[in-house]
Design a protein around this ligand. Structure first.
Ligand code: ADP
Ligand code: MG
Length: 352
């Protein structure tokens, strides 16, 4: 990664961003430097737009998350939404509110530079140009918070974007990668109560450096095999609820089939299952396809696992059931993340 350089004013920061994120993308006709960016989506494609807020204290903590991770996760959340619809990124826009100390003190300048290093590394990996944004000083004096709002623009062939609403009863339910890793890593971090100063590699840090599944989403769209898709940002149980509601179906999950991430597998069996079902922020894809469709064991280098089947919607029957070995089907309730939920729901969670 580049050695951090340290601008100390709004204009200085914007000029630095403009230098560091120089765009050579043919999709960006006009990038940072004017009142608007001008984008050129490919012919025959529709434009997809998603926005994600990253708020200090809610989505990360300055005392526990390395700044590179905060920048990475800020972009990863938007990219994962594009992946869920099978879209290809066109450009990102970043609105940033920073406490004044982030530009006027050496420690703050270093934090800001490292935040951009983390964001840029992921942007380069997926060839996503940063085509604009906004910068403001946040209010609140000593208690001022960092806020980063990312807008991702993507494209997909007309009428082909994957949606939550296309699944049918009888379809098979798949997930990419492994589940519960992000929750397990976060729990470990909060248990240590100490900031991880630097991480040598972004690999195998499902919470700090999640990998958005853009290649898998694009491959699913190209193959035309998925009937519905969603990313698992709030937790499998919550996001499956969204898919079932949107598609008008019920779902049955086989507990034994769940691919548990090695970090979650180190926990006791109950906690591991809880992390996989409800943990959230794994940024894997959850998708459906006809049971008769031949599905490879991996796509774009990412393992695919069949974890269940969709059932017809019947009144009085639970939306989701979990089949555990030796037990009958048990109702599975959404237990993942939800903002504004009663405090007890998230009593143990410090960030998400
Ligand atoms: P305006 O006053 O018209 O909003 P700004 O001075 O805020 O213009 O921004 C100047 C240029 O810098 C614009 O092209 C804007 O998109 C870009 N920009 C501002 N802040 C950021 C940021 N945090 N990240 C990326 N680009 C930014
Ligand atoms: Mg502005």
């Amino acid at each position: 990664m580049k050695k951090p350089s340290l601008p100390s004013s709004e204009l200085g920061l914007i000029e630095q961003i403009q230098r560091d994120f120089g765009t050579s993308s043919s999709a960006v006709k006009l990038g940072i430097g004017d009142d608007c960016g001008i984008l050129r989506p490919p012919a025959g494609c529709e434009v997809l737009v998603t926005t994600d807020l990253t708020l200090e204290g809610r989505h990360f903590r300055r005392d526990s998350h390395p700044p590179e991770s905060v920048g990475h996760r800020c972009l990863a959340r938007g990219l994962s939404d594009l992946a869920a619809m099978g879209a290809t990124p066109l450009a990102a826009f970043l609105s940033l509110a920073l406490p004044s100390t982030m530009l006027t003190t050496a420690a703050g300048q270093t934090w800001t530079a490292k935040f951009f290093n983390g964001l840029r590394a992921l942007a380069e990996l997926h060839s996503v140009p940063l085509a604009g944004g906004d910068t403001s000083e946040s209010s609140g004096g000593k208690n001022a918070l960092i806020l980063a709002d990312i807008v991702l623009i993507g494209y997909a062939p007309k009428g082909k974007a994957l949606r939550r609403s296309g699944a049918f009863a009888g379809d098979a339910l798949y997930v990419t990668g492994q589940l519960g890793g992000a929750a397990a890593e976060l729990a470990g971090m909060l248990g240590r109560r100490k900031r991880i100063a630097t991480v040598k590699t972004t690999e195998d840090h499902p919470h700090l450096f999640p990998e958005p599944r853009l290649d898998v989403g694009e491959a699913l769209l190209r193959r035309g095999v998925a009937t519905a898709c969603i990313d698992i940002s709030d937790g499998l149980s919550s996001d499956l609820t969204h898919l079932c509601r949107a598609s008008g179906v019920n779902a049955e999950i086989e507990q034994e089939a769940l691919p548990i991430h090695p970090l979650a597998a180190k926990l006791d069996a109950k906690s591991a299952l809880h992390a996989a079902l409800h943990g959230g922020e794994d940024y894997e894809l959850l998708f459906t396809a006809p049971s008769s469709a031949r599905m490879p064991t991996s796509l774009a280098g990412v393992p695919l696992t069949r974890i269940g089947t969709l059932k017809p919607r019947r009144s009085g029957q639970p939306l989701m059931t979990l089949l555990a070995p030796g037990n009958g089907p048990a109702e599975l309730k959404p237990g993942g993340w939800e903002h504004f939920a009663k405090p007890s729901r998230h009593a143990k969670k410090k960030t998400r």
